[in-house]
Write a protein that binds this ligand. Structure first.
Ligand code: ATP
Ligand code: MG
Length: 334
């Protein structure tokens, strides 16, 4: 039997270049070798905002995520795509796991502080504090071995391993200890120079942005603020414009030439950015084309999500039954 992958995204907006290099590229690359499961984590989307408009908006974002997946080359014949709330047995597993994790352990998860700072939250809800436990249930209800994620999520996979270990120690071997697989670019910086491209920070280039929008965003990108004239030698390291060139410009000779001239003060930001916009648009063009192709088939997304949920439900239920039996609760009688 093939080993399994589980990973996913919150339906809170379109996918961006950071998602691509952090996790999407690995998902596409590994879909022949592994059984891949992609969860559209709508419950996770509620951990920060639970107002009704926000809940309702996740429906459309979920559909858009499916189009983004298809556009980057995820094949629904090989990869099972489902919406988290369509498979409620994961919540029961989350409840069981919540007994195996302490509050101080969850308070130490580094993303908690980051999310609270980014979203101006003073206190965490019970759901926000516990969302890495729900994520552990997402990963372990399909008994996944590998979790392709960006660097920011590594600590959640570590917690998942701890929960699996604790469960297996207390009740017997039910769960594998999954490993994180970090992308080629562990964390892609934002267009504003902040450490992470993020839809919540407004510093993202989306996979569905059109060519003009990409040019506009690249023109406005943060570069070295000390370099007020093009003839000032400067360091391309740590400059997000060059980080994007490294990640997306396949013309290595062009990138090396730009870096060399940048170091010597012989190239202006305008040229570096023009070439970046061109490279990004060349990368995004086939993604845009495929997206338009699939978007013209409106039933497709519904069919994919219905088939995905139907495939995951029995897998999830079997895991839950195994966990309950191991614990001595007995199988659920439904
Ligand atoms: P954002 O962080 O952009 O607001 P998000 O937090 O809603 O988006 P998640 O659903 O948490 O996105 O992340 C989906 C996946 O994409 C995760 O594996 C995460 O690590 C990865 N990821 C998100 N942003 C980046 C980035 N800038 N660089 C690398 N990987 C990223
Ligand atoms: Mg995130």
């Amino acid at each position: 039997m093939k080993k399994r992958i589980l990973t996913g995204d919150r339906p809170t907006g379109p996918l961006h270049l950071g998602h691509y290099v952090g996790t999407l590229a690995n998902r596409v690359r590994l879909q022949d070798e592994y059984d891949v499961f992609l969860v559209i984590a709508d419950y996770h989307a509620l951990t920060r905002k639970a107002e009704k408009e926000h809940v309702v908006a996740t429906r459309q974002f979920s559909r858009d995520l499916v189009l983004d997946y298809l556009a980057v080359g995820i094949d629904p014949e090989k990869t099972t795509i489902y919406v988290q709330s369509d498979v409620p047995s994961v919540c029961e597993l989350h409840l069981l796991f919540s007994m195996l994790t302490t509050v101080p352990r969850l308070e130490r998860v580094p993303t908690l502080k980051e999310v609270m700072a980014d979203e101006n939250l003073d206190i965490a809800s019970y759901g926000l504090l516990g969302y890495p436990v729900l994520q552990a249930a997402d990963i372990l209800h399909v008994r996944a071995h590998l979790v392709p994620v960006g660097k920011d999520q590594e600590s959640h996979v570590e917690l998942t391993r701890e929960i699996a270990r604790r469960f297996n120690f207390l009740y017997g071997e039910v769960f594998p200890e999954p490993a994180a697989l970090i992308g080629d670019v562990p964390t892609l910086p934002g267009t504003d120079g902040r450490a992470k491209m993020s839809k919540s920070l407004g510093n993202a280039i989306f996979l569905c942005d059109d060519a003009q929008m990409v040019e506009q965003k690249v023109r406005g990108m943060y570069t070295d603020p000390t370099r007020v004239r093009a003839d000032i030698p400067a360091n391309p390291e740590g400059n997000p414009v060059f980080a994007y060139h490294d990640a997306f410009n396949p013309d290595r000779a062009e990138v090396e030439d730009l870096k060399a001239r940048y170091r010597q003060g012989k190239v202006g930001d305008v040229e570096v950015k023009k070439k970046l916009a061109r490279a990004l648009n060349a990368f995004l063009d086939p993604i845009r084309e495929r997206r338009a192709y699939y978007a013209a088939r409106p039933r497709l997304v519904d069919d994919i999500l219905a088939a995905g949920a139907a495939k995951v439900r029995p897998i999830s239920q079997a895991t839950l039954d195994a966990a309950r039996t191991a614990m001595g609760l007995g199988r659920s009688s439904k």
